[in-house]
Ligand binder design. Sequence first.
Ligand code: ZN
Length: 304
Amino acid sequence: MRLALLIHTALSIFSLHLNAAEKLKILIVDGQNNHKWDITTPVLVNALESSDAFVVSVSTSPAKGSPAEAWKDWHPDFSAYAAVMSNYNGEPWPEAVRASFDAYMKSGGGFVSVHAANNSFPQWKEYNQMIGVGGWGGRNEASGPWLYVKEGKLFRDTSAGSGGAHGPQHEFVVEINDAEHPITRGLPNRWLHAKDELYSRLRGPAENVKILASAMSDLTSVYEPNMMVLEYGKGRVFHTTLGHADYSMLDRGFYETLQRGTEWAATGDTALTGALPADFPSADKVSVISLLGHPKQTPPAPKK
Ligand code: ZN
């Protein structure tokens, strides 16, 4: 009996097979983006569902320039999900949708902001509190300080300047700043990430934010945040600046941290996704994930 129990426990640790009803329900919102959301959303779905911990639905907003009439039919039921992930960077959502998302977060919802989702909604105060910092869209010192890490310390730079910048895409080393958090616990301290934009000079209210990982920017010569966690009311936010294109996402480092970040945003822990995968990248080698039909986007050639 005791042996059987031990075997059962070992099996439940090493193989995750949840019934559909036990999986965390996640909603991805897309529909407008200056990035190829129609190509990257399926990669995000795969990144989550391949862990077996999540079941993912997608809500696609009306296209850019749609008449107000089209928006009346778009009202995602955020409260039906353990966490919401944004692959959206576009026109402001209708007031009712914004209010319902804000209420969902204040009452304990989970939110995951991926790459250009932090370009969205420069004028929406509550959204900027949720993501902490963002880029472009007219963001400047009035949006809040530039948040970065230098010599292991967190800086909030209030000097004047625009928010949001990046150099040419390249592979870069992600360095862990907080090794105790459930999202980063047990990961190598430094690991090489696939070709991506290294978001820099992000600005915002930067309140209730913890930087989990950052990378040295050639542009600013400081460590720019790649992964952050925030509290918003009773809600939890995981903010990753990584993920410009499908080839940036098809990386075991991105997959693993997105899974953990999403589970943490949903539950406050990483019990289902926290095991370290054998193919996690090292400091000098990217761990590429092959997914049928991807990558469809062609990375730019290195500058000579
Ligand atoms: Zn980008």
